[in-house]
Design a protein around this ligand. Structure first.
Ligand code: HEM
Length: 487
């Protein structure tokens, strides 16, 4: 899987005349030979938030390494969009390729465009409308299972590691709804505990020197083992595939593109596995932390929690069949998800300048290591009053996390914008509502502060919460069955 092939982004490295522009200033707080190390004493996320409220772009020096931190949404959009050919993703590729092989996250240029073209139909309006009832079913089943174990039952409370539980749920939803396959609950649990955390080392690998992944550290050995098993799990999925009606589910599309009998093969069999691993890792982890943070914030904001519960009851506890265009019945839940994605996004998007390039009038030298500071952009007080406060009401009632704005980039933009964004924007509110219809969550460790930890996503350090069945919940809950798509 690990091909070691040259990073194709270098292909863009062609001669360009110097573009000039203003020199990029150094971030305040530089301490002689220590550089900006003292600035980082409160942690990377605090620094990113602080930089978000400051200059559009600054140089941050940590030891011998200089990072160009972009905290202005318009500059970020230019780098990710119009000027994308001047920037590579070598650090993203270095971080992900050991786990995901040559899937979308590690591909560039023509191959990347071809894979996106193959997969795009799975994320269209119709296929997603078709799988909406299935998403509800998987989430409702999960909620039912939680209170059916030996240590649980109606009236009993249950302590949950939310990070892990939400990984379990999102991995199950991805396999069953997106891939249209299935696997047993034991494997789903393995995916949650061993496979999804594979991305925990990604940020480190992105920032580490090039030789470090080759060292046989315990982390390296465990990752190799887990990656191997993950590929086996994924390679078994086609045998259990139940194709979607329109043949536009992820597995059908990939299998079709890899099958010479259905026309000239456009991708290899190995590439199919790489792509499935990529989608599973990317989908499970980012969606799971979004849900985990949502529970954390709702427990601290009763008004927002009640709003979500009221919508959840109307949809899942009314005894009526599921409404078409389900999301239109969950506007407040959607706003809560948007606010979580603002506060706890993928914190930074790394890029590297392939040539000298001017962006927004600033000169980025060739080789500049750029960090798009999504965390800081999302907490810019110029755009968001009281930026660190969870306030779903800051969004208009018809808001959607898919809307493009320079101050809100949870799914990035440009050629590498998250392909799964429409799926994530559907499953996060639905899963939240389906679970909120059945139980309420409260912190299990009163007084313990939950810290946000930077990684490839922003995850909670430890989030143990107690789930209590909601009085009367589940009574009259509908049987969810496959329905024709909303038109
Ligand atoms: C709340 C959930 C999610 C968030 C916050 C999120 C965020 C992101 C971001 C910020 C990127 C862009 C990285 C860059 O520009 O370098 C990205 C890329 C990607 N995401 Fe997501 N994502 C989520 C859910 C999903 C889901 C559900 C899937 C799959 C079904 C998925 C699959 C991918 C893939 C394959 C890429 C790489 C796209 C490319 O390079 O062409 N993500 N995601």
């Amino acid at each position: 899987m690990i091909t070691g092939q040259a990073e194709t982004s270098e292909a863009y490295d062609v001669a360009h005349p110097s573009e000039g522009g203003l020199d990029i200033p150094r971030a305040p707080g530089h301490w002689g030979p220590l550089g900006h190390l003292p600035l980082l004493r409160h942690g990377l996320l605090s620094t990113l938030a602080e930089l978000g409220a400051g200059a559009p772009v600054v140089k941050l020096q940590v030891g011998a390494v200089t990072k160009y931190v972009v905290s202005d949404g318009d500059l970020a959009q230019e780098i990710l969009g119009d000027k994308r050919q001047a920037f590579g993703r070598k650090r993203v590729i270095r971080g992900f390729r050991p786990v995901t092989g040559d899937g979308l996250l590690s591909l560039e240029s023509r191959e990347h465009r071809e894979h996106r073209r193959i997969l795009a139909p799975a994320f269209g309006r119709l296929p997603l409308a078709r799988i909406t009832p299935l998403i509800c079913e998987v989430a409702s089943e999960y909620a039912g299972r939680m209170f059916s174990g030996p240590s649980s039952g109606p009236g009993l409370d249950l302590d949950l590691d939310l990070d892990l539980e939400m990984l379990r749920l999102s991995a199950d939803i991805t396999v069953r709804c997106l891939f249209r396959s299935h696997t047993d609950q034991e494997t789903v649990s393995w995916l949650a505990t061993k496979a999804a955390p594979l991305s925990k080392g990604v940020l480190l690998r992105m920032l580490a020197p090039a030789w470090s992944p080759a060292l046989p550290t315990p982390e390296f050995v465990a990752r190799r083992r887990a990656t191997h098993r993950l590929r086996q799990v994924v390679a078994d999925l086609p045998a259990r595939h139940m194709p979607a009606e329109g043949g536009d589910d992820v597995l059908s599309l990939l299998e079709g593109a890899a099958c010479p009998a259905r026309g000239p093969a456009r991708i290899s069999r190995a590439a199919v596995v790489d792509e499935l691993v990529t989608l599973l890792v990317a989908a499970s982890e980012a969606t799971a932390v979004t849900l985990a943070w949502a529970w954390h914030e709702l427990a601290r904001h009763p008004r927002a929690e009640q709003a979500v519960q009221a919508e959840a009851d109307a949809v899942f506890n009314s005894g009526r069949s599921l409404p078409e265009k389900l999301l239109e019945h969950l506007p407040l839940t959607t706003k809560a998800v948007m606010e979580v994605l603002r506060l706890y996004p993928v914190p930074v998007l790394p890029r590297n300048a392939l040539r000298e390039v001017s962006v927004g009038g600033f000169r980025f030298p060739r080789g500049a290591e750029v960090l798009i500071n999504v965390y800081g952009i999302h907490r810019d007080p110029g755009h968001y009053p009281q930026p660190h406060t969870f306030d779903p009401d800051r969004w208009p009632s018809d808001a959607t996390p898919l809307a493009l704005s320079s101050a809100y980039l949870p799914f990035s933009t440009g050629a590498h914008r998250c392909i799964g964004a429409p799926f994530a924007a559907l499953i996060a509110p639905i899963a939240l509502a389906a679970l909120a219809a059945r139980f309420q969550l409260r912190p299990a460790e009163a007084g313990r502060r939950v810290r946000a930890v930077p990684g490839v996503v922003t995850r909670p350090n430890r989030l143990i919460m107690t789930a209590s069945p909601r009085v009367g919940a589940g009574i009259g809950a509908q049987r969810v069955s496959e329905q024709p798509p909303a038109t």
